[in-house]
Write a protein that binds this ligand. Structure first.
Ligand code: C2E
Ligand code: MG
Ligand code: MG
Length: 688
């Protein structure tokens, strides 16, 4: 049984009081009783002495009437049950018995009193009687004795009565004292404790209420300590809550909080039948800022952008940082799509405003994807995923684009998923094939090597461009296996042609950034050793994007590759985040000018100046230059005049399968048995 504090306390108080008072009354009554008993005995003694003094004359004078009178007088005294004068042999000479006394009436058998001689021993053994005996003497001679019996009955009755009164009084005292002590306990201990219990339960529920301090005793001290403890817990919890729900850098809500708010807003929009917009905002090229200006500046930029975005929103809107350079904006009760467009315009304008990040001014842009409740999803997950998809779509468009989610995007995602699955099987099914596009020495037009380009012949979709499936393979990680296969195939072809006596020059293989994470140098080393490929015959093409990744890892792998003797070229130069610092930091052998700079040559004066500058700069850094996408003779002539070292493009040859490339090699090396003149002569006649 569970006893409450108050019950325990009252039981203890009542127990202690009862034991104390009971012990007290027993002691008191016992001493009282013995006092009364001794008084009784004294009374008996007085009577006895008196009778033994007056009786000798009556005994000697055989005045039995007088003796009777003495006995009667004695017996009439209070508490005396019997008074008997016996002769020296113990025979009663006279006696008197108090016949009203119950000890006497108890001894009556069949209405007859037994004879005094029989009665006396019985009465003397009765524990309720005090039997006293006094000798009667005359001049030293024993004349008999006076026996008197005093009853304790009255004493006992009085004792019992006193006991009752005592207990009743003590009962009342116990009740009163217990009640009073309990009240004091209740107001001074129990109530404050109960208040503390209630407050503790509230803390459990997340309510941090202070308890009133109404005394300065220990209870008051305890309450004060409790209050300060609750205060600290509150602060700690608030801190933890903030850490768990807010982004440390920007102090904006984080992903967890964003999901919570979004769920709340979805429920409210459902109830009020209102439109809710979810905006996924991603900064364009944030990595470049981080990389070129350092992480501290990148952080500064994120804080500033977060603040700008927030300043353009209403109080009811939410802005959260999901991580990296991704922000999420919730626009509840937004009314119409045109209102959303106004908001996105405002946000884009705010982000695009130049930003003073010492020591320079920076301009960033962002892409925004929009998903709407209820049209594009009714859960936080689906709305966020669809806004994210829309944002990716926006990224593929011009800078600072906004894209609203459409159901086609979903089918595009499905298509992408299907393609991902198909790509898994492509290698095993033999759907991947390497094509080779020749490279020529610009000055002479002679063949000097080829770039290996991957092709996917999909059984249903036909040819799929590497520009479509390579990024996909990169995101799924399949590029590791595929990329290794490409290196192996390229080396295998080279060694086959070499065995057939064909001089295929060097072979350039495109390398994805992801491959760097998987011991690229080790893989390359193993492949070249296996196919006995001269290391200088292998060239690895890396795009600028790779250099934005983990610097140390890339630098180490590149160094290992260079130490191995493998050539490195910087592909698609000018399209990415071209930075001269990369050229200085990472050492390349070649620089490939992207075809977008070549296509409008020689007429576009801007491109012409750019290409001229690139070639001059590359040469000054001791780099050879390859121009990609040369399609016309004019382009070729122009580039050659600028001192470009190598050329690649449809003007010379389109990418071709391994068998065709072998034939091409045979032709350019004059080993063709047919009538056709060597290919180099027909495709790029020299002006000079
Ligand atoms: P890239 O490395 O810059 O390759 C050159 C691209 O330009 C090739 O496109 C080639 O067919 C095309 N091209 C060459 N000359 C001309 C021309 O005169 N005019 C035009 N319009 N185009 C020309 P392709 O084969 O579609 O490859 C596209 C990109 O896919 C490549 O660009 C490369 O970045 C990537 N890629 C191809 N194969 C692989 C591979 O095995 N691994 C990796 N990681 N990427 C690859
Ligand atoms: Mg390339
Ligand atoms: Mg290229």
């Amino acid at each position: 049984m569970k006893l409450r504090l108050g019950t325990k306390f009252i039981l203890i108080v009542v127990g202690i009081l009862s034991i104390t008072l009971a012990a007290n009354s027993v002691l008191f009554l016992r001493s009282q009783n013995s006092l009364l008993e001794s008084q009784l005995v004294e009374q008996g003694k007085a009577l006895g002495h008196f009778v033994s003094l007056v009786s000798p004359a009556a005994i000697l004078g055989y005045d039995f009437l007088l003796l009777n009178e003495y006995a009667r007088e004695v017996s009439l005294q209070r508490d005396v049950v019997y008074g008997v004068i016996v002769d020296p042999d113990g025979r009663p000479l006279t006696n008197f018995i108090n016949r009203d006394n119950h000890q006497i009436t108890d001894l009556i058998v069949e209405g007859q009193y037994p004879h005094m001689a029989e009665l006396l021993p019985l009465l003397q053994r009765d524990p309720e009687l005090i039997a006293l005996e006094f000798p009667i003497t005359n001049d030293g001679a024993v004349l008999g004795a006076f026996k008197v019996g005093l009853s304790r009955s009255e004493l006992i009755a009085r004792f019992q009565q006193q006991l009752l009164v005592q207990f009743a009084t003590y009962g009342l005292i116990i009740l009163f004292l217990s009640g009073a002590i309990f009240l004091v306990f209740r107001y001074n201990v129990l109530f404050p404790v109960q208040r503390l219990i209630r407050a503790s339960r509230n803390v459990e529920k997340g309510e941090y209420l202070q308890v009133m301090v109404d005394s300065d005793d220990e209870m008051g001290e305890l309450t004060k300590t409790f209050n300060s403890m609750v205060g600290s817990i509150h602060q700690e919890r608030a801190k933890l809550h903030h850490q768990a729900n807010y982004d440390v850098l920007t102090a904006l809500p984080n992903r967890m909080m964003a999901v919570e708010r979004l769920t709340y807003e979805i429920n409210r929009s459902r109830r009020d039948q209102e439109l809710l917009a979810v905006l996924f905002i991603d900064l364009d090229d944030f990595k470049v800022v981080n990389d070129t200006l350092g992480h501290a500046t990148g952080d500064q930029l994120l804080v500033e952008i977060g603040a700008r975005l927030k300043s353009k929103l209403r109080d009811v809107d939410t802005i959260a940082r999901l991580g990296g350079d991704e922000f999420l904006v919730l626009l509840p009760r937004i009314g119409s799509a045109s209102r959303i467009e106004q908001v996105t315009e405002r946000l884009i304008a705010a982000v695009s405003k130049p930003l003073q990040l010492l020591p320079r001014e920076v301009m960033v842009h962002c892409s925004i994807g929009v998903a709407l409740y209820p049209n594009d999803g009714d859960t936080a997950d689906s709305l966020m995923a669809n806004a994210d998809n829309a944002m990716y779509q926006a990224k593929t468009q011009r800078r600072s684009s906004v894209c609203f989610f459409t159901s086609e995007m979903n089918s595009r995602i499905q298509e992408r998923l299907q393609m991902e699955q198909d790509l898994h099987l492509a290698l095993d099914r033999g759907e991947l094939e390497l094509y080779f596009q020749p490279l020529v020495r610009a000055a002479t037009g002679e063949h000097c090597g080829a770039e290996a380009l991957l092709r996917w012949n999909h059984p249903q979709k036909g040819f799929i461009s590497p520009e479509v499936f390579i990024p996909l393979a990169e995101t799924t990680g399949q590029i590791i296996v595929i990329g290794e296969w490409v290196i192996r195939q390229a080396a295998k072809h080279w060694s086959k042609w070499n065995k057939r006596g064909l001089v295929s020059g060097h072979i350039a293989v495109n390398i994805s950034r992801v491959q760097f994470q998987e011991r690229l140098a080790w893989v390359v080393g193993e492949v070249v050793a296996h196919y006995r490929l001269p290391r200088s015959a292998l060239e690895l093409e890396i795009t600028e994007g790779v250099l934005l990744e983990d610097h140390e890892l890339i630098a180490k792998e590149m160094k290992d590759l260079r130490d191995m003797g493998v050539k490195l070229s910087l592909d698609d130069f000018g399209t990415g985040f071209s930075s001269l610092s990369y050229l200085k930091r990472f050492r390349f052998d070649l620089l490939k000018i992207d075809r977008s700079f070549v296509s409008d040559l020689p007429h576009d004066t801007d491109d012409a100046s750019l290409v001229r500058a690139i070639i001059a700069m590359a040469h000054s850094l001791d780099l050879k230059v390859v121009a990609e996408g040369i399609e016309t003779q004019d382009q070729y002539d122009f580039l050659r005049e600028l001192g470009c070292d190598f050329g690649q493009g449809y003007l010379f040859a389109k990418p071709m399968c391994g068998r065709d490339y072998e034939r091409y090699l045979q032709r350019v090396q004059g080993r063709d048995e047919g009538d056709q003149p060597p290919l180099s002569m027909t495709v790029f006649p020299s002006r000079h």
